[in-house]
Design a protein around this ligand. Structure first.
Ligand SMILES: *Cc1c(COP(=O)(O)O)cnc(C)c1O
Length: 332
């Protein structure tokens, strides 16, 4: 499996370059705030609404930045990716826009709505049984001669640079943001956001947020080496990655100031608060930034920033999960 050409490791310039590549193709998502939430936290919070991005998540940005840079020949041959979540939809949608054939390898127990969404963008979905087969083997079998370009979900310079463009837009419009919170799964979003934020305002503190149940990046951050965890059963399905990548980890170690973890109860509370007070639908992974501030509040930690940026990473939640979360009692 060969990833697309790697010319440079990501830095602030490659993120600016990704922003140019995405101009006219990505949705320039809005930034929202709520007086009620500001009063609760005791700071001005600015939410970057990537739930409003194409396919309902920031992953469109990285996928577009990687796929649109393939050569004509590579585009004609097609691309392949594996994912059961937002990366699958992002690759499928970008390929539909650029008229490229996409093959997505998905576990046969993936939620039916995710499979249908991916197919609705014209991708070919190949199922495998995760109990008996590995997605790497299936992908290699389909791509025997390496004719297809493999698009990884996070550990690639073009993906990281693309993901960083959401924070670049937020920070560019609001350079006074002194703390930026981003969720962390494989670390593509967090590493890109950190490069973007520090490039705009070197004093901005960047914090990565994970569910307590999926704290591999937090462990890795503190131990100085990549830690792999068992499959984590968190409601925040966008962060169920078992470990960060070598490229994302190198950037996180250098540019991220802190990692925080949040409970499942606080993730659901953040989804409710965003629903009632921002009137936005977010998936649990997209609510991690606010959940971290709520945890700080419960712990009695002083708010150490006047203006706080939050990457609200996605909004792909099914109605059943949303209604279950909304039916639970509020904490605040
Ligand atoms: C993929 C994803 C994440 C995590 O991003 P990484 O780059 O894997 O760290 C967070 N939120 C949502 C909605 C996602 O789809």
């Amino acid at each position: 499996m060969k990833p697309p050409n790697i010319n440079k490791l990501p830095n602030f310039d490659t993120i600016s370059d990704a922003a140019k590549q995405l101009e006219g193709h990505r949705i320039r998502t809005g930034v929202m705030s709520s007086p009620w939430i500001n009063a609760l936290i005791g700071a001005k919070l600015l939410f970057k609404c990537e739930n409003q991005q194409h396919i309902g998540a920031f992953k469109f940005r990285g996928a577009y930045n990687a796929i649109s840079r393939l050569s004509k020949q590579q585009m004609q041959a097609g691309v392949i990716a594996y994912s059961s979540g937002n990366h699958a939809q992002a690759v499928a949608r970008v390929c539909q826009m650029l008229k490229i054939e996409a093959t997505i390898v998905m576990p046969d127990n993936a939620p039916i709505i995710k499979r249908q969404a991916t197919e609705s963008y014209g991708a070919r979905v190949v199922e495998y049984n995760p109990d008996t087969e590995s997605r790497e083997n299936i992908t290699d079998q389909i791509n025997k001669n390496d004719q297809l370009s493999f698009i990884p979900p996070f550990n690639h310079p073009h993906i990281i640079a693309g993901q960083g463009t959401a924070a670049l837009e937020l920070m560019g419009d609001n350079p006074d943001i002194s703390k930026l919170l981003a969720p962390c799964g494989g670390g593509g979003l967090l590493s890109g956001s950190a490069l973007a934020a520090k490039g705009v305002n070197s004093n901005c503190k960047v914090v990565g947020v994970e569910p307590e149940l999926a704290d591999d990046a937090t462990q890795s951050f503190h131990q100085g080496k990549i830690i792999t965890i068992d499959y984590p059963d968190t409601i925040a399905d966008g962060t169920r990655t078992l470990s960060v990548g070598d490229i994302t980890f190198a950037i996180i170690r250098e540019h991220v100031d802190a990692m925080e973890t949040v409970s499942e109860a606080m993730i659901k509370e953040a989804v409710r608060i965003i629903f009632y007070h921002l009137k936005q639908v977010v998936e649990p992974s997209g609510a991690l930034g606010l959940a971290a501030l709520l945890e700080d509040k419960v712990a009695g930690k002083a708010v150490a920033a006047d203006t706080i940026g939050i990457i609200m990473s996605g909004g792909n939640i099914d109605g059943q999960t949303m209604s279950t979360i909304l039916a639970e009692p509020s904490i605040f």
